[in-house]
Every structure is written in C-alpha cells, then in structure tokens.
Design a protein around this ligand. Sequence first.
Ligand SMILES: N=c1c2ncn([C@@H]3O[C@H](COP(=O)(O)OP(=O)(O)OP(=O)(O)O)[C@@H](O)[C@H]3O)c2ncn1[C@@H]1O[C@H](COP(=O)(O)O)[C@@H](O)[C@H]1O
Length: 110
Amino acid sequence: MSDVLDRLATILEARKGASEDSSYVASLHAKGLNKILEKVGEEATETILAAKDAEVSGDCADLVYETADLWFHSLVMLSHLGETHEAVLLELARRFDMSGLEEKASRQNN
Ligand SMILES: N=c1c2ncn([C@@H]3O[C@H](COP(=O)(O)OP(=O)(O)OP(=O)(O)O)[C@@H](O)[C@H]3O)c2ncn1[C@@H]1O[C@H](COP(=O)(O)O)[C@@H](O)[C@H]1O
C-alpha cells in the first residue's frame, strides 16, 4: 500500500508527455495550472461536503472517495510545477521528528 504514491507519481510523470486525447492527466497539463487549481478547489469543496454528510450519517465511504480525488488532483498540481509527493512526505516527517524532539525536551525539563 505504501508504494501507491510512488507508482502514481511515476504514471503522472509519464503523462506529461502523453497525448491529451488519451489521458485525463495529460489533458489537465495541457489546460494549464489554472484548470488544475480549479479542480483542486472543486475537490476540496466536495471533500468538505462529504465530511459534513459523514458526520450525520456515520458513513465515510463518500468522504474517502472525495479525499482520494483531492489527493490525486493535488499530486497533479505538484507534478505540473515540477514537485513530487516526496517533498510533502519529507515535510511531514520533519514536523514529526520536530515534535518528537519537543516531547523529549519537555520530558527532560519535568
Ligand atoms: N487516480 C486517478 C483519478 N482520480 C480521479 N480521476 C479523474 O478525475 C476526474 C474527477 O473530476 P470530476 O469528479 O469533477 O469529474 P468530471 O466532471 O469528469 O471532470 P471535469 O470534466 O470537470 O474535468 C474524473 O474524470 C476522474 O476520472 C482520476 N484520473 C486518473 N487517476 C490516475 O491517474 C492515472 C493516469 O490517468 P490518465 O491520465 O487518464 O491515463 C490513472 O491510471 C489513475 O491511476
């Protein structure tokens, strides 16, 4: 499961050179950053609405589906700008490590 982002990133990279008629990702790149950002915004809104519905129904299936759409379009945005998910994972890891150090320092001070 953990290699899904790596595998998807490889496909997204390959789609940069693909024909826009044969590939949704290539069509987004061809339409440009504004179209990609429009999709990220739409998917973020759909994710928020699905989260509100999930709170009422207790069913998170639509929320998971919409979050996957949001992550996917965010990955296309990063790829369009020459960045990858790895930079985001590194940033999360850096924060995780920092919070670990803070916890340790706080334990030592008490
Ligand atoms: N993970 C995804 C993925 N998630 C969502 N989508 C597409 O994202 C779009 C979601 O937008 P909407 O729900 O607004 O649907 P829509 O109304 O058809 O979209 P628009 O007309 O508004 O652009 C749909 O067309 C979905 O098919 C995806 N398209 C592709 N992938 C992955 O990307 C790879 C490359 O895809 P292609 O470029 O199509 O080969 C695929 O193998 C998949 O692994």
